[in-house]
Write a protein that binds this ligand. Structure first.
Ligand code: EPZ
Length: 430
């Protein structure tokens, strides 16, 4: 099992260009099965993207990566299901459901497991698809979905602006018969990027007021090229890496407006920010100040994915910070690992109270999920001494070359392939 070894206390300083957004590329790759062929540029090279390509290949598509561009040729779809191992490889495979039904008229997937953030129900996905004409039967952990009479438009009011459910509705309805209206839709930039991709392929989707999306079904989508937006959470993570080491950084090739809710929080900690059209610079020369309270909210509120990286900064603040995690049930698993590094954090349900300490110390820690794992790297960068961060496969799902980029920015971080664990694992497999 690969791990990172970090010698802390080096300042992060320099410039970093941000790669394409994982959470935009994934639904767009699902939508690729609705086009004869498409080229998707600025596609990050991440294990989740590889997982999505594995699903596309299983479905009968041909995919080819050239640098940051992925070409998808649909060919004749040969499968309309996602086998359990592929579903388990990446929980967000659920976003393929709507596209497969739109393409095949039916689909079979295994129930996506929960994940590190708690149970991940898909009730909103399924109830929305039923409104579009899909019959769904559960059969021994599998979902058999069929739209015998074809998919038709519907008016769907989401009780919660679920990102994945909004994406599934868009993918299922963009070539359905008639018009679909989604009220209280998710408004994340990644949703708008998916809409742009589908419209570039001949779709007819528009965003009315802030949270209303209107999809006019078209007979078919055609070939297109698309450029994926930059990853706003990766941008936030690098900004926090500079802040937590009292460094300075210029984060380029990003959209400041996509992280508008996070900037005032960074300023509250004492960071000096400068905004440009497609870049942000950050500098922090002193111990960070605490943040009174951070409530994670659907976009454009404070993003839940930024909770862990900001918490890394709060562990060193001169005072206490309070976090309220309103999106996921169990998104504080990184806190216990931070405590192993000397942080003082109390978690009570959706509330975490972080009492800042002067210093963190290196320790062996384990990644529990993607953003939690990244936040442990941030703590290790600031800590005195050596940290060993295990299970970095979580981090590789969403950060391209994290240790290479951080090294270039001044960090002392190395990846190590722990043969001992490998051997033990091999023996266990017999
Ligand atoms: C997407 O997850 C992102 N993943 C998450 O990023 C992100 O944290 C989340 O949106 C919120 O912004 C991808 O885009 C691949 P939701 P998703 O549906 O679609 C509940 C990362 O680190 N819910 O908006 O799963 C759900 O349990 C990942 O990159 C239902 O109850 O988010 C959760 O509590 C982590 N029923 C809340 O809504 C449903 O049918 C938000 O879920 C669907 C969701």
């Amino acid at each position: 099992m690969a791990s990172f070894v970090v010698q802390g206390s080096n300042r992060i300083s320099g410039e970093i260009s941000i790669h394409g957004a994982k959470n935009a590329a994934l639904p767009i790759l699902a939508g690729a099965i609705l086009c004869p062929d498409c080229i998707i540029h600025n596609c990050p090279d991440l294990s989740d993207i590889t997982a999505a390509r594995n699903i596309l290949s299983y479905l009968g598509c041909e995919t080819h990566r050239e640098g940051n561009s992925i070409t998808v040729k649909r060919g004749g779809i040969i499968n309309c299901d996602i086998p359990d191992p592929l579903m388990r490889e990446m929980r967000s495979s659920i976003v393929f459901l709507g596209a497969i039904i739109a393409r095949c008229g039916f689909a079979k997937i295994s129930m996506p497991g929960g994940c590190e953030l708690g149970p991940r129900p898909i009730d909103l996905h399924l109830s929305s698809l039923e409104k579009l004409g899909v019959q769904i039967e559960e059969d021994h952990g599998y979902l058999n979905c069929s739209a015998a009479g074809g998919l038709h438009g519907a008016v769907i009011s989401l009780p919660f602006p679920s990102v994945g459910a909004t994406e599934n509705i868009i993918l299922a309805s963009c070539t359905a018969q008639g018009e679909t209206v989604i009220y209280n839709a998710a408004r994340e930039p990644e949703i708008l990027d998916l809409i742009q991709f589908i419209n570039e392929a001949g779709g007819k989707i528009r965003v009315d007021s802030d949270s209303t999306i209107i999809i006019q079904g078209v007979p078919a989508l055609y070939s297109c090229e698309h450029f994926v937006i930059p990853d706003r959470i990766v941008a936030i993570t690098y900004l926090c890496a500079a802040a937590v080491t009292k460094g300075d950084i210029l984060v380029t090739n990003m959209r400041p407006e996509h992280i508008a809710a996070v900037l005032p929080v960074l300023e509250e900690t004492g960071c000096l920010l400068r905004q440009y059209d497609d870049a942000i610079s950050l500098r922090l020369d002193r111990r960070p100040k605490p943040v009174k309270n951070i409530r994670t909210m659907p976009y454009p509120g404070f993003p839940t994915d930024a909770q862990a990286p900001l918490m890394a900064l709060s562990t060193l603040a001169e005072g206490s910070s309070m976090y309220i995690e309103n999106i996921f049930e169990n998104r504080y698993k990184h806190a216990a690992e931070m405590v192993r590094m000397g942080a003082k954090i109390k978690v009570e349900g959706r509330v975490a109270l972080v009492e800042g300490v002067k210093k963190l110390h290196g320790a062996p820690v384990e990644c529990t999920d993607l953003r939690g794992g990244a936040s442990l790297v941030l703590c290790a960068l600031a800590a005195e001494g050596e940290s060993r961060i295990e299970k970095i496969n979580h981090i590789q799902r969403g950060y391209e070359d994290l240790e290479v980029n951080l090294s270039r920015l001044g960090a002392n971080i190395k990846r190590s392939q722990d043969e001992r664990n490998e051997t033990e694992e091999e023996n266990a497999q017999g």
